[in-house]
Ligand binder design. Structure first.
Ligand SMILES: Cc1cc2nc3c(=O)[nH]c(=O)nc-3n(C[C@H](O)[C@H](O)[C@H](O)COP(=O)(O)O)c2cc1C
Length: 395
């Protein structure tokens, strides 16, 4: 096959999925339609769109991948990276293991769209974890844990591994006690880090993938490093250690511009949380998603108030990015008073969560909030993200 773009990761796509992936490029849409119509089982036709990217390659229909009346094509992705090769996925996009938001339906939808979906193991609830893996069904997904919380319930890792996840992501704590079990199971070990010291430690533990998380990120983070500088420094650190471990960028990435920029910084992909918080399959409420759609990056703050009110004992240096509201305005900077206020305020908070009242309850997103539109299915989000990045990178 003659091609200028590296074709490392290719995937059979039904015509509907292909259509959404190539819709932004009308000439290719026409060309693909023509070729799909012309393709016959067993053929290996190749079509050069003439634009340089993407090229459509109609390839080897087999009884396993072609049903009567359906056309499948291979889509040459300009977004193929060391990460897509390692995880055997089409797109270098991972959905974050978001506590309370990333369940099995979301993870499965992201994986079905060519990325890797992660279930949020969070603070550890075995019943919840089993339910969400069951919801993911046969989809090839992974899961993530808050490492300091996993250390309090280490048996949860065995529960997760019993579902044979494609990857396990560990964040916020020392991965060493769990690294061998993850890798011995055949799952890839992904370590989310927030500074160079943590990156070095994760490499020493045998991480297969590093996620460099900047402080723009939604949810919890540590320290003060931003994505723009942290990612290339960690990429350089990996190279200096003679390692080929792929690095994913996380924090503030919610559209094709961010994905393309991350690849330019040397990352092999991205991990997005806030963006998928608003996905139709997420375990978030419609009201929370609408609140995000109306927000800007200016609407966020990093605070500890929701950890105080929920009784989570995060180690020092960690803060949580949420949308500012009446609750953060009242209690941020007055955490000791909040802790002293005790049960009545905690009860108000729990009631606000139950009623989806986001003047008090938390909407947990980062500065990417200003880049996120109305809720959409994860497959549409993935298609938009990757098509825009591919178009920008082809310029
Ligand atoms: C709602 C929400 C919950 C999160 N929960 C977790 C978590 O339980 N474990 C974890 O490792 N990271 C968690 N994160 C952080 C993500 O892993 C990721 O670093 C972050 O979302 C990336 O930044 P972005 O939100 O700008 O995409 C969470 C993020 C969000 C938005």
């Amino acid at each position: 096959m003659k091609t200028n773009v590296p074709i490392i990761s290719v995937k059979y796509l039904r015509t509907a999925a292909l259509r959404s992936a190539i819709d932004p490029v009308p000439s290719i849409r026409r060309a693909a339609a023509r070729n799909c119509a012309a393709a016959a089982p067993g053929t290996g036709e190749y079509f050069n769109s003439g634009t340089g990217f993407p090229r459509i390659y109609v390839h080897r229909f087999t009884p396993n991948c072609c049903r009567i009346g359906e056309a499948f094509v291979l889509f040459a992705s300009a977004l193929s990276t060391a990460f897509t090769a390692l995880l055997d996925v089409e797109h270098p996009v991972v959905s974050a293991p978001m506590a309370d938001a990333a369940g099995g339906y979301l993870a499965a939808a992201v994986s079905a769209a060519g990325g890797l979906g992660l279930i949020g193991g969070a603070y550890g609830d075995e019943g919840w974890l089993r339910r969400e893996f069951d919801r993911a069904g046969d989809a090839r997904v992974g899961c993530g844990f808050i490492t300091w919380a996993l250390a309090e319930q280490p048996a949860l890792l065995d529960v997760a591994l019993s579902y044979r996840p494609a990857a396990v992501m560990l964040s916020f704590g020392d991965p060493a006690p769990f690294a061998a079990a993850v890798r011995d199971s055949g799952a890839r070990l992904i370590c989310q880090v927030q500074d160079l010291g943590q990156a070095d430690r994760a490499l020493g533990c045998g991480a297969d993938v590093l996620v460099a998380q900047g402080i723009e990120a939604g949810g919890h983070g540590f320290g003060c490093r931003t994505t723009m500088t942290l990612v290339p420094e960690i990429v350089d650190l990996v190279a200096a250690r003679d390692s080929t471990v792929p690095v994913l960028a996380a924090g503030g990435i919610a559209d094709g511009r961010g994905l393309a920029a991350a690849l330019m910084l040397g990352a092999s992909g991205v991990l997005c949380g806030s963006l998928f918080y608003t996905a139709a399959e997420a375990l978030t409420t419609p009201a929370a998603r609408e609140t995000v759609a109306a927000a800007t990056g200016d609407s966020t703050c990093r605070t500890g108030v929701y950890d105080v009110i929920r009784g989570y004992r995060w180690p020092a240096g960690h803060t949580m990015s949420v949308l500012r509201n009446a609750f953060t305005d009242r209690w941020h900077g007055a955490e000791a008073d909040l802790a002293a206020a005790g049960d009545p305020v905690a009860a108000q908070y729990r009631q606000a969560v139950a009623e989806a009242d986001y003047r008090t309850a938390n909407v947990t997103v980062g500065q990417a909030a200003g880049l996120i539109g109305p809720s959409a299915p994860a497959g549409d989000i993935m298609a938009g993200l990757t098509a825009e990045a591919a178009r920008l990178l082809a310029r």
